[in-house]
Design a protein around this ligand. Structure first.
Ligand code: SF4
Length: 160
């Protein structure tokens, strides 16, 4: 979820990084207002593994999710962390499914961007009643997912 566009839309390049080198690895390096970043979902992700692990960007090396931190501190077990990941991934799959039901096909964009495109499109309840229920469930599921990601996976503000 850190790399597939669920948690992040972009990864900022850090001082000293060579964007061209990362671009040659096949990563989607972009530049806006002189700042380089990598688009998500990451093109180096294959079957939940990083294919450029030894050469991955600095931010990827620095980021540990909250579940990993809790396991390392002994605050939770690996099995409990894995159960939380499975539960959260089920929410992600439901959001993806509902986005599809709302008429947006998979297009390789980050989940939040796709979600925002769907909910910013007006729905006519008289002409598209089936879309109203799907849209409501989508909004509720996305609300739960965002809450879960921020409580269980992102570091609390101010954490090292
Ligand atoms: S480079 Fe590797 S670790 Fe970084 S976002 Fe892509 S798949 Fe994840």
């Amino acid at each position: 979820m850190c790399c597939d566009g669920t948690m992040f839309q972009i990864v900022r390049m850090q001082p000293g990084e060579v964007p061209a080198r990362l671009g040659r690895l096949g990563l989607k390096i972009r530049c806006r207002d002189g700042e380089y970043y990598m688009e998500q979902p990451c093109s180096a992700l294959r079957e939940k593994r990083c294919t450029v692990y030894e050469q991955r960007p600095v931010r990827c090396r620095l980021f540990n999710c909250e579940q990993l931190g809790r396991v390392e501190k002994g605050e939770t077990t690996e099995a409990e962390a894995m159960a939380m990941i499975v539960e959260t991934r089920a929410l992600v799959e439901r959001v993806r499914d509902l986005i599809g039901q709302c008429g947006l096909r998979e297009d390789g964009q980050a989940l939040v961007e796709r979600y925002e495109r769907v909910v910013s499109t007006p729905v006519n309840p008289e002409l598209e009643p089936e879309l109203v229920a799907a849209r409501e469930e989508l909004e509720e599921t996305m609300r739960k997912l965002k809450l879960q990601l921020s409580r269980e996976f992102r570091l609390p503000p101010g954490a090292p």
